[in-house]
Design a protein around this ligand. Structure first.
Ligand SMILES: [Fe+2]
Length: 290
């Protein structure tokens, strides 16, 4: 299988054609896809009308699918435990109101973050399959955090060098007012500290590592200044020159690197159905200082 790779933005994002996710990927094609992914950070595979089983099988070419630890809000699929539901429709097909607990928690994805940064070994990447897409918004925006780090103003660079930030899954509920994790869920995912500047295990390049929906503390700073620093870093990152905005077509599969990008989704009309299934790839190594 020969693939073609076409960049969609100068900073990051490319489209890959010539892959059929209904079929197993041969080793040579998997390597080509991985190379393109490392180069472009976010890749889109258009026209992949796949089942959840095919989605999970494709994910396994790159690593182990993560099982979401929280079950209380029904964001993990009952049908396939590797699937995380980024949907406003439940598995019985009912449209969910924005006030439903799971929907509230999902709304946090409108702020810049990287998936599963609250784990001791954070996620490598995620694959999102657009099954029913939004036309009133729901654009997924990505930022190249290598570039952000390279061009960080001196004052912010001094503030992040050699420093760690805390990532806490419970921060979500404080942020958006969704139900807090249960005692068991909290015990399963205690807060962790990661470097604000990390080195990518494959490319060797340095990037800024912030996840504003999970970061609740910064080493050596009081709460107010810590929060302001995270917000300033996110604002400094969220510039069009660093950003690819993905406007969905049905059955796009998007694959991004959680180690060197952040993402945020735009809001959409809650009366419009949006059904997306995500797999998350378990990281292979802890965060290494940059
Ligand atoms: Fe996300």
């Amino acid at each position: 299988m020969a693939i073609t790779v076409k960049p969609r933005h100068p900073a990051l994002g490319a489209e890959i054609r010539g892959v059929d996710m209904h079929k197993p990927l041969d080793a040579e094609t998997a390597k080509q896809v991985h190379d393109a992914w490392m180069k472009h950070l976010v890749v889109v595979f258009p026209d992949q009308q796949i089942s959840d089983a095919e989605h999970v099988a494709f994910t396994r070419n790159f690593g182990e699918p993560e099982i979401f630890h929280q079950t209380s809000l029904h964001l993990r699929s009952d049908r396939a435990k590797e699937i995380f539901l980024v949907s406003n429709v439940d598995e019985q097909g009912h449209l969910l109101k924005p006030s439903e607990p799971g929907q509230k928690q999902l709304s946090s994805a409108q702020q810049w973050h990287t998936d599963s940064s609250y784990r001791p070994t954070p996620s490598m990447g995620s694959l999102l399959h657009g099954i029913e897409i939004s036309r009133t918004g729901g654009i997924t925006q990505f930022i190249n955090m290598y570039l952000v780090y390279d061009e960080l103003p001196d004052s912010l660079r001094r503030a992040v060098e050699g420093r760690k930030a805390r990532h806490d899954f419970s921060m979500l509920s404080r942020l958006v007012g969704s139900p807090p994790p249960t005692v068991e869920e909290k015990a399963a995912m205690p807060p962790v500290w990661h470097r604000l500047v990390r080195r990518h295990p494959v490319t060797g390049a340095k990037s800024l590592y912030v996840s504003s929906i999970y970061n609740d503390a910064v080493e050596g700073l009081e709460d107010g200044p810590a929060r302001r620093l995270i917000e300033e870093l996110s604002a400094s990152a969220a510039q069009p020159k660093y950003m690819y905005r993905h406007e969905w077509e049905p059955h796009d599969v998007l694959m991004w690197d959680n180690r060197c990008t952040v993402h945020a989704v735009t809001s959409h009309d809650p009366n419009e159905r949006r059904v997306m299934h995500r797999t998350t790839i378990v990281g292979r190594e802890p965060v290494v200082a940059g």
